[in-house]
Write a protein that binds this ligand. Structure first.
Ligand code: SAM
Length: 190
């Protein structure tokens, strides 16, 4: 059986959108740093003159991400913040082109430490407030773990209420796959 090439997984689809939006010199936010893969991805796209702010509540995530960024000579393009994304406006005072959320738990970490509906929704509100016109916010939502289903429903209920005069909200999901694969939400500020 051949692997899919275009419709692969929610996180890849999020990256496809981000690649077409994020340019050299732009500012981006990785709202869920984790092991730093997305921070590296964003730091490569913003180039030498851009900047990536990355958030996580786990010290371990900052350590892993710092190592990854240093190995790839990207650390100077980033600011790693040991705080929740629900506090992002305390740390960021400029407009951003992309905000990326990858919800759930830290892979290879403590699976009990997960993103939570109320802090995720507050993070989305703050991220949308920081977005510039035609900037995007992406959410890969994992609902296979115990708290994930409630978070998915709460996030979808919230994003459905966003004013269509201000935002376009897209929801994508694989409807023929087993084991509840992550879904994707992309929001563009008009
Ligand atoms: C699925 S992982 C992210 C994967 C990551 N983007 C990567 O490239 O490896 C989700 C992360 O969100 C973090 N997290 C949980 N609650 C958070 C919050 N309120 N603010 C920021 N990060 C949070 C977890 O600690 C975990 O590391």
């Amino acid at each position: 059986m051949m692997a899919a090439k275009y419709l692969t997984k929610a996180t890849d689809l999020a990256k496809n959108f981000i690649v077409s939006v994020l340019k050299a010199g732009d500012v981006a936010i990785d709202a869920t740093m984790g092991n730093g893969n997305d921070t590296v991805f964003l730091a490569e796209l913003v180039g030498e003159t851009g900047k990536v702010y990355a958030f996580d509540i786990q010290e371990r995530a900052l350590q892993q991400t710092e190592i990854k960024l240093s190995n790839q000579q990207l650390i100077h393009r980033t600011e790693l913040i040991h705080s929740g994304h629900e506090n992002m406006r305390q740390y960021i005072h400029e407009e951003v082109s992309v905000v990326m959320f990858n919800l759930g738990y830290l892979p290879k970490g403590d699976h009990h430490i997960v993103t939570k509906a109320h802090t995720t929704i507050e993070g989305i509100k703050q991220g949308l407030a920081l977005l510039k016109t035609n900037g995007i916010l992406t959410l890969a939502i994992y609902h296979g773990h115990p708290e994930g289903l409630g978070e998915k429903e709460a996030v979808l209920a919230f994003v459905k209420t966003l004013n269509q005069k201000l935002f376009n909200v897209l929801h994508m999901e694989f409807i023929n796959q087993a084991n509840r694969p992550p879904i994707l939400v992309v929001i563009e500020k008009k």
